[in-house]
Write a protein that binds this ligand. Structure first.
Ligand SMILES: Nc1ncnc2c1ncn2[C@@H]1O[C@H](COP(=O)(O)OP(=O)(O)OP(=O)(O)O)[C@@H](O)[C@H]1O
Length: 328
């Protein structure tokens, strides 16, 4: 349903010179340089998938979303979404998609939310009955009833984000682009947004492309991850595979009495005196052994009072990937 092939996009920017003299000269003559924002990106997304599109700042995520939503035209490559080319079939195509930019609003700042929604109804030519039903459903699911008569500028960020989601879905699009939908939200609002997105996907089979720097968003929502860095696609696969490939170390913390024995395939990270007990942190390589095998070995030779096992967080894995691909 979404086919992106060999997408490239460059931007020409004016080279900034430092110093007064250079600034003055640049009024008459400015040197330009080319930034390659996207460099031969290809991927396919099936109907009903939730895909995380991740990468460090400046990687090219927003540029891809802008091209896929028809706002920008690529220099090279093709995009076909529901059989349409976003930047060529714009009028028809916008009916298929919803877009939420966490950092920008699609609501009219000074008018009430319901007036913004009514305007969107006209813009998308939504039929009266379908609109009423959709508005009821979304108001119920996103708890908007008390917010509808308040202007957007008076809402908290969390309240506004719920309204933004509703605004992007009034015309019942089959594809939703979410660019940093949880940015700046408190923990409760983040959970509410994630829960809503999951339900939307499960009930309506809405295809969702999510760009985020919040790794918990990915854990909660996405099976598949596309990692982009310096304009190139570096990883396309499941979250499980990503973890398997890059998170094979686990840490076992033990509280014990007596002598410490470090089993095979374990590395001692630290020990601490916790009188009358001792604590130790061991790192194990799960490609060579398992935490169960290590615990069995430890309990056979040591007096273990307590233990806990921790794996790398998705934040740590992604930070490691960014370092490994040298894209920071
Ligand atoms: N309109 C523009 N004019 C000039 N350069 C641009 C423009 N839009 C993007 N760029 C450049 O293209 C590159 C990719 O930018 P993009 O906004 O797509 O990155 P991003 O992955 O969305 O980053 P972030 O996580 O910071 O939002 C960056 O180097 C950026 O400075």
């Amino acid at each position: 349903m979404i086919q992106v092939e060999h997408l490239s996009k460059s931007f020409k920017v004016v080279k900034k010179q430092s110093g007064m003299m250079a600034s003055f000269k640049s009024l008459f003559h400015h040197e330009t340089m080319t930034i390659k924002a996207l460099d031969d990106i290809s991927f396919n997304i099936k109907k009903g998938e939730i895909v995380a599109y991740i990468g460090p700042n400046g990687a090219g995520k927003s540029t891809t979303i802008k091209i896929m939503s028809g706002i920008l035209t690529p220099d090279e490559g093709t995009v076909s979404i529901n059989g349409k080319v976003p930047w060529l079939d714009r009028v028809d195509y916008v009916k298929d998609i919803g877009v939420v930019f966490g950092q920008r609003s699609q609501l009219w700042w000074d008018v009430s939310i319901i007036d913004s929604f009514n305007l969107l109804k006209d813009i998308y030519s939504i039929d009266e009955q379908a609109y009423k039903q959709r508005l009821d459903e979304l108001s119920e699911q996103l708890k908007l009833k008390e917010l509808l008569h308040i202007p957007a500028r008076q809402l908290s960020l969390g309240q506004r984000m719920r309204c933004e989601l509703a605004a992007s879905l009034l015309h019942a699009p089959t594809i939703l682009f979410l660019d940093e939908p949880t940015i700046g939200l408190d923990a409760v609002s983040k959970l509410a947004v994630r829960e809503f997105i999951l339900k939307l996907n499960q009930q309506n089979e809405t295809t969702i492309i999510l760009t985020t720097h919040d790794m918990q968003d990915i854990e909660a929502l996405c099976q598949r991850v596309l990692l982009i860095g310096k304009g190139r696609l570096l990883y396309d696969g499941t979250l499980e595979e990503l973890k398997r490939q890059y998170a094979y170390e686990k840490q076992i913390t033990i509280l014990y009495q007596g002598e410490l024995t470090v089993p095979k395939h374990c590395r001692l990270i630290e020990t601490k005196d916790m009188l009358p007990l001792m604590s130790a942190v061991l790192e194990i390589d799960t490609r060579l052994t398992s935490s169960a095998a290590v615990m069995k070995e430890l309990t056979a030779v040591m007096d273990i009072k307590e233990f806990s096992i921790a794996e790398k967080s998705i934040d740590e894995i992604v930070a490691m990937l960014y370092r490994q691909f040298e894209i920071l």
